[in-house]
Design a protein. Structure first.
Length: 252
């Protein structure tokens, strides 16, 4: 089984294909198991690798997640690049995985060739976060099926640890980047749906993030939900393919 050690924790990953390295980073409550479609599609042209973040999927569990879990995800993704023997990687993340991808770009500027940040925003109010948490904690059959397929029979521990960490983050100010986006110097594509039910003020927030990253691009779809990667896969993949093709033409 493909595991590696990062910061004294054993982390799991899945991979498909060969060629330039493309990391795929999952969002909160998801895991690499949910990215079979992306691995199959992008694995036709890249060595596509999906990571299970700390506490998720088949990676080590933690009773209490660190408050900088998203930034830690960026550090663990960087360690995976080193483990796989690459100097650089393209990085694609959805929702919380997009936040981790952007943190990775700030922490390891020479290692990240480009980022596709799908369906994330910069800030939330505490009230908005709590509403989303209450929707999560309904534990509907569809939610439970999704979480069990991604994490196994201890899915509830994962969701409750994630939720507690999310609440602490909201109480501390609910800003994912604290002004660090301006430190990113690689190409970034921000993508989202204007109908994203989990993101407040999507148009304004995506444009604000793009303005902070010099030379970045933004794609806003008029249809779809959260994340765009899954709700409108064909549309997302067309835009991602064009962005990645342009990066390939520019070279390292």
């Amino acid at each position: 089984m493909p595991y590696f050690i990062s910061h004294n924790h054993r982390l799991f990953y899945r991979e498909q294909g060969s060629g330039p390295l493309l990391l795929i980073l999952h969002g909160n409550t998801a895991s690499s198991a949910h990215h079979a479609g992306e691995l199959a599609y992008f694995g036709q042209r890249y060595r596509a690798v999906a990571l299970d973040f700390l506490g998720c999927g088949q990676s080590d569990r933690l009773p209490i997640w660190p408050d900088d879990w998203w930034a830690q995800g960026g550090r663990d993704a960087a360690a995976l690049v080193n483990h796989l023997g690459y100097e650089q990687a393209l990085v694609m993340g959805a929702s919380g995985g997009a936040i981790a991808a952007l943190w990775m770009a700030t922490q390891n500027p020479g290692q990240v060739q480009a980022v596709i940040a799908d369906s994330c925003v910069e800030k939330e109010t505490a009230e908005y976060t709590e509403r989303l948490i209450q929707e999560r904690l309904q534990f509907t059959p569809g939610q439970v099926q999704f979480w069990r397929s991604g994490h196994g029979e201890d899915w509830e521990q994962v969701i409750r640890a994630d939720t507690a960490m999310w609440r602490r983050w909201a109480a501390a100010g609910a800003d994912w980047f604290n002004g660090h986006l301006a430190e990113i110097h690689c190409p970034v594509l921000f993508s989202n749906s204007l109908r994203d039910e989990m993101a407040p003020d999507v148009c304004q927030q995506v444009c604000n993030m793009a303005m902070q990253v010099k030379g970045s691009q933004a794609f806003l779809a008029t249809e779809g939900g959260h994340p765009l990667m899954w709700s409108r896969p064909d549309e997302f993949r067309r835009v991602a393919d064009c962005f990645l093709a342009a990066i390939a033409q520019e070279g390292p």
